[in-house]
Ligand binder design. Structure first.
Ligand code: GDP
Length: 442
């Protein structure tokens, strides 16, 4: 193994009472430390049953001990996992014992960072581990699992390999002009254009990736008392927002997420919008929040009770590039008597709520491109954009000049940006930043 790290340990399970707790030790000394604390000889490639014994041979717990020998482990190093009873005080005393034998506590994401540094996985796969843990919906988890399997890595490498090939030819022609012929500018332009198109294909799905990962946001807009908080509660299936008939009860925006057909919808209940001049200061803050909510939402639910004109035209204009659903509320007491393409609901009786959910689902299906089997995060999207920009510069320069030196720099820049996605050229500070988002024990 290239890297020679110290030995680290941490609990993989939450610090709470549970049936089982798991401690992982990873590094050169993992097996040696395990031998010092285990009641029996440890058999490699076997499930070992026994006790963890302290320095005075007192039993700390009855455990299952699993040894993994490098490189066949999560980190690519020697690893020992100990399954204890899920009692935090037992787990902590075993951890202390392990520390006293020469290990140290792992930092956030350090096990996964080691898997990356030991070349067991690339960076897109390491980030996928975090995505799998944090996935809020089935679809998001599925895509993250595909990334973990190397789906994004392969896509990026396909783009990169062609660029590396042409870059090597360009550099060879610069360094050995007598022996190596110049690369035809047309070939450069053609390859770069193809690669830009492939990058665009991935970026085209970026918004869908964001939707799948973080969910879509939908806000409820309407005059006070129209029934926003009641609908919000119906959509969530529990009473999250306060419902009263005193106008302006909901002054702050409230956010809650629901899982609809495998997708996350982040619903926002806003303060009621009314004439700015008539509203008091607190209400005005709420109004400004509502305007902000429209700007930040993907789907806008406009509610009216009696008359469509209750909905402020300015706000309809503000939402014109968004997905909008008009909702006629309180169907149980005031029947709909207009030709507006709106969904009639009653939060009180539940009438129309399923129809509304179906409508939201169909909007999501239009917004989200389903045929993506992988996902990209913001960092990866930024790298792709940078690679694309460099390739555009290569095309521009190579059309203007035959001097390969001038576009070789940008060609290299594109390759380096793609390398950043898989993690081949990352600095320590970028790595620390990525892995600090993990929990301890991953
Ligand atoms: P908001 O100010 O727009 O959030 O409105 P609320 O959800 O707080 O509702 C205002 C009042 O209308 C409350 O007294 C609710 O009980 C009532 N309300 C809300 N939805 C319905 C409904 O579907 N039917 C009936 N009959 N009353 C409703």
């Amino acid at each position: 193994m290239e890297n020679n790290f110290d030995t680290i340990c941490a609990t993989l399970t939450p610090q709470a009472l549970s049936a089982v707790g798991i401690i992982r030790i990873s590094g050169d000394k993992a097996i040696e430390i395990a031998k010092k604390i285990f009641s029996k000889d440890i058999e490699i490639k076997k499930i070992n049953y026994g006790f963890v014994l302290d320095d005075n041979n007192n039993k700390l717990d009855e455990v299952i001990l699993l040894p993994f020998i490098a490189p066949h482990s999560y980190t690519g190093e020697d690893v020992v996992e100990i399954q204890t009873h899920g009692n935090p005080s037992i787990i902590n005393s075993i951890l202390e014992l392990i520390l006293s034998k020469g290990a140290r506590i792992a930092q956030r994401g350090e096990f996964t960072k080691r898997a990356f540094l030991n070349h067991r996985i690339d960076l897109s796969q390491a980030e996928a581990v975090l995505d799998v843990i944090q996935a809020k919906s089935t679809k998001s988890a599925q895509n993250a699992l595909n990334n973990l399997g190397g789906y994004l890595k392969e896509k990026i490498n396909l783009i990169k390999n062609d660029l590396v090939e042409i870059y090597s030819k360009v550099i060879a022609s610069i360094d050995f002009p007598e022996d190596v012929a110049e690369v035809d500018n047309k070939a450069i332009v053609s390859i770069c254009s193809d690669k830009i198109q492939e990058i665009n294909e991935i970026l085209k799905n970026a918004k869908s990736h964001d939707f799948i990962r973080d969910g879509l946001s939908a806000c409820l807009i309407g005059v006070p008392n129209v029934g926003k908080s009641s609908l919000f509660n119906s959509l969530l299936n529990y009473s999250r927002a306060i419902v009263t008939d005193i106008a302006g009860t909901t002054r702050d925006t409230i956010k809650e997420s629901v899982n609809l057909d495998g997708y996350i919808i982040n619903f926002v209940d806003t303060a009621g919008i009314r004439d700015k001049n008539k509203a008091d200061l607190v209400e005005q803050i709420g109004i400004d929040n509502s305007i902000e909510a429209i700007k930040q939402s993907d789907i806008i639910l406009f509610l009216y009770e009696n008359d469509f004109s209750e909905i402020n035209q300015e706000l309809i204009d503000l939402a014109k590039n968004k997905q909008v659903i008009y909702i006629k509320t309180k169907a149980d007491i005031t029947p709909k008597n207009d030709n507006i393409d709106s969904i009639e609901i009653s939060s009180k009786s539940g009438f129309g709520i399923d129809k509304l959910k179906d409508k939201i689902s169909s909007i999501i299906k239009n917004l989200v491109i389903e045929d993506t089997n992988y996902t990209t995060n913001k960092r990866q999207q930024t790298c792709l954009l940078r690679a694309k920009e460099s390739l555009e510069n290569v095309i521009l320069t190579s059309k203007e000049t035959d001097l390969a030196d001038l576009y070789a720099m940008d060609l290299k820049g594109a390759i380096l940006s793609l390398d950043e996605i898989t993690g081949e050229v990352l600095t320590d500070s970028i790595l620390d930043n990525i892995f600090s988002n993990f929990c301890i024990g991953k």
